[in-house]
Write a protein that binds this ligand. Structure first.
Ligand code: ZN
Length: 171
């Protein structure tokens, strides 16, 4: 084969590399914007309003990729943050269930939900069966007392920071 025979291949490789680099740069830029928005919003408190989130219809299904990912990667951190106690009554010697904190499952809420500003927010709370049943689909503002809600929102910021993995470039 004459050397010129390699030229299309070299050009093609170069083109492919450019595309990969461009895509990578766009992703990094997206992440940077999301991180900035997260830091701004968490100063005033992350929103508990459904309208500020992108609702994925798969959320209504019992188990979906987003919920599975949450359980696989962040369940332990969630339980640690709450000292393995119910987020509402603080009982620790009971079986804990996962509650959808501010966007109920019936309204398409997943255990983590994506803000329209580009970052992920933890929508999960560990709760004992009794409290979970009492809460049902009640909005968080109605179920929790204001001081309690404030405390939960601080934990939500902590967990959401972790979920976003802002310092990692993969995914
Ligand atoms: Zn409880």
């Amino acid at each position: 084969m004459k050397p010129v025979g390699y030229l299309p291949f070299i050009l093609f490789s170069f083109w492919l590399l450019l595309i990969v680099l461009k895509k990578r740069k766009a992703l990094q830029e997206e992440k940077r914007r999301a991180r900035k928005a997260f830091l701004e919003d968490s100063k005033v408190g992350l929103s508990l309003k459904k309208k500020d989130y992108l609702i994925d219809q798969r959320g209504i299904e019992r188990s979906n990729p987003i919920e599975r990912k949450f359980k696989r990667r962040f369940l332990f951190e969630l339980l640690e943050t709450f000292h393995h106690q119910c987020a509402s009554c603080h009982k620790g010697d009971v079986k804990l269930t996962l509650d959808h904190f501010f966007i109920p499952k019936s309204q398409g809420g997943n255990l983590m939900v994506k803000s329209k500003r580009g970052y992920w927010v933890c929508n999960a709370l560990p709760m004992c069966r009794k409290c979970n049943q009492r809460k049902r689909d009640l909005p968080a503002e109605q179920f929790f007392q204001p001081e309690k809600l404030h405390e939960l929102k601080l934990k939500m910021v902590e967990l959401s920071w972790l979920i976003n993995d802002f310092y990692r470039d993969d995914e």
